[in-house]
Structure formats: C-alpha cells, structure tokens
Ligand binder design. Sequence first.
Ligand code: HEM
Length: 179
Amino acid sequence: MYGMVHRAARELAILRHGEGKWNSIAERAGVSEREFISAEVFSDAVTISIVSAVADADGSPIDQTLLELGRHWIDFAGRSAYSNVMGMAGDTLPEFCRNLDRMHTSIQATMPDAIMPSFEVETMDDTGITLIYRSQRTGLETFVQGLLEGLMARFKVDGAVSRVDDAHPVRFRLTYKPV
Ligand code: HEM
C-alpha cells in the first residue's frame, strides 16, 4: 500500500506510545524512513508488518489495531492533502457512502498503483445503510469496520456498525439510533 497508509499507522502509534517508543516499533517492523514516503507504493507485506508491530506495542490482536487504524484514518485523511477530496465526497453520511468509489477513483489519479476497494450501497432507509464491500485483499474487514465507525463520527451520526454475516462479499450495516 501507499506510504500514506503507513504514515497514518505511525501517527496512531506515536499518539498512543509516544515518539520514544516509535523507534523500537519501526525496528520490529523492519522499516526505515523510506516506507513513510506518502507517494511511494510498497507491498502489502510491509503494511501488515507495520500494523503488526503497532499491535504488539498495543498488546492487542492485529484486528483490534486495524479497527482503531480505520477510525484514525478518517481523521488523518481529513487533515491530509486529500481533505478537499473527502469534503467533495459528501455532506451527509448517505451521500458520502454513495460516492466512496468515485472518491477512490479520483484519488487514483495521483496514486496510480493503488488497488482500491469498492463499496456499493445495497439498501438505504431511515434506519440505516447496508454497504457491500469488495476488495482484492482479504483480512481487512475490521479495518473497514473502523473506517465506517469513523465516518459515523465525522458526520455526527449516532449509531453502530456491524458485519451482517460471514458471507462474501462482505456486507456491513450502519444502524442509526432512533431519535
Ligand atoms: C481522502 C480520503 C481517502 C484517501 C486519500 C484514501 C486512499 C487510500 C489508499 C492510498 C489506499 C491504499 C490502496 C493501495 O495503496 O493499494 C486505500 C485503501 C482503502 N481505502 Fe481509502 N482513502 C480515503 C478514504 C477512504 C474511506 C472514507 C474509506 C471508507 C470506507 C476507505 C476505504 C478503504 C479501504 C477499505 C482500503 C483498503 C484496501 C482494500 O480493502 O483492498 N478509504 N485508500
């Protein structure tokens, strides 16, 4: 994945554990400054190695760290050079969900080697949204869960995110709390 993703993981780790601990996390992951160049692309093995080292420092299973990285990504990307791209994707949660693929496609113009996921709105009503997530990768479901939780927080929607079942493609339900 692009170094930008690694930067988000580094920022999360430093927020948690401080700058002092970061060097040992990077050492454990086997990475140097190079892996944090935003516009360079690295194999997914490097990304997983960084997230695993952060999870070790957290003392959590990797899925827990992926969940938190997903939540953090929304905040991180919202402060990045791509904040305007995020802003244009929608002013409400439903609109944003409908535009996720368009948003990633426009990002791909500057990150041509990215392998982007796809999100399809299956149903949408007053009680929530069902989203279908498709990816060439496996094992990122908790990352997606965190991203969707982060989006609910971004739009100040009170509710919860859950995985619908174990079937593929993976479906997530964003449930709004009744007002
Ligand atoms: C401006 C905001 C965003 C930027 C710049 C961005 C950019 C990226 C980049 C660079 C990757 C890595 C792909 C690669 O290197 O091969 C990625 C992956 C991903 N993005 Fe986004 N993204 C943004 C927002 C979002 C949001 C809001 C979601 C919410 C659902 C999302 C869902 C994902 C997922 C699930 C992946 C993992 C790839 C996979 O599942 O195969 N992204 N994105």
